[in-house]
Design a protein around this ligand. Structure first.
Ligand code: SF4
Length: 307
């Protein structure tokens, strides 16, 4: 198992060599299936938290189409359509610190409706849930819960001050304690250092999540991180994917937000060669994503199969 210093030193290797190393580790631990998941923003905007990257925070000034919690039927229809487009997992996502009261009851109904669709696994991303809420979503049918650490413990204060890194880590631990798979990842390109990125990988290694979504910051106008495009380039993104694969040989790595705007098609492929084995298909929360046909073609060209 690589130490923190060894992971940091890997950044100095040529990209080609790093990709060969991580490709080998991926081949030893996974087959050529790539998991496809899709998300719906069931509630968008009006969030009191102050995450600097997020278009949905009330503290920021991004222009988005905010909406209150959708109705159950709309979410069910979206889940069926995601399944038709090849997704095998469907994640119900809501903005805000945590849903409460009638909203939470309605979300439980949504979960039951999605979990009842044959061939589709229900995931959720609902913020900092209490232990009692975690038990209820598990009972309703959530198999996997997304809650990202986002950045390193040290850098977190630069990104958000309304909750802290430990709040996030404790939620992930509670999720795992109750037998729900953890999907826990990061956003890179927010001005963090290489050491921060390695620290993220080390924190994730301790949490041992089933999947690790890797988001690349898509700087949104009206957020404090607007104009952060130059904080990371494509080669550095690919090196980071390799280092995450080497640090986390048994977690699925997922392309999440930002891949289509921060990586060329050729570089997206190289990331898959290095170790990405899960894709978020369709649109993201407040930005446009990929077309599933294009993703299928990209995977075929690499002899990989979307499952
Ligand atoms: S990331 Fe989540 S918690 Fe943070 S501001 Fe956006 S919606 Fe709120």
């Amino acid at each position: 198992m690589y130490t923190k210093q060894e992971l940091l030193d890997l950044y100095d290797k040529p990209l080609k060599e790093l990709i060969e190393m991580s490709h080998k580790v991926t081949g030893e631990n996974f087959d050529n299936n790539v998991e496809a998941c899709s998300i719906i923003s069931a509630k968008t905007g009006a969030c009191n938290e102050n995450c600097k990257y997020c278009a949905q925070s009330k503290h920021n000034h991004a222009e988005i189409e905010a909406h209150p919690l959708l109705d159950v039927e709309t979410v069910k229809k979206a889940a069926l359509s995601a399944k038709e487009n090849g997704a095998t997992r469907f994640c119900i996502v809501t903005s805000g610190r945590v849903p409460t009261g009638k909203d939470f009851e309605k979300i439980l109904e949504m979960i039951r409706a999605v979990a009842a669709i044959p061939g589709l696994h229900c995931c959720a991303s609902l913020g900092l849930l209490s232990e009692d809420q975690i038990k209820q979503i598990k009972e309703a049918g959530v198999e996997r819960y997304n809650h990202n650490i986002n950045t390193s413990k040290n850098y977190h204060k630069n990104i958000c001050t309304t909750h802290n890194f430990e709040d996030r880590v404790n939620t992930v631990k509670m999720i795992e304690k109750h037998g729900i798979e953890a999907c826990c990842g990061v956003i890179i390109g927010m001005g963090e250092s290489r050491e921060d990125r390695v620290d993220m990988a080390m924190s994730l290694r301790e949490l041992n999540p089933k999947t690790v979504p890797i988001n690349f910051l898509n700087p949104i106008k009206g957020t404090p991180l607007e104009g952060y495009e130059d904080k990371i380039d494509e080669e550095e993104i690919l090196k980071t994917i390799c280092i995450f694969r080497l640090a986390l040989p048994h977690s699925m790595l997922r392309y999440a937000g930002g891949r289509t705007c921060r990586l060329s098609k050729e570089h997206q492929k190289l990331g898959i060669v290095a170790g990405i084995n899960s894709l978020l298909v369709g649109n993201y929360l407040t930005t446009t994503g990929s077309k599933s046909e294009e993703d299928k073609k990209m995977l075929e060209s690499l002899d990989m199969v979307m499952t």
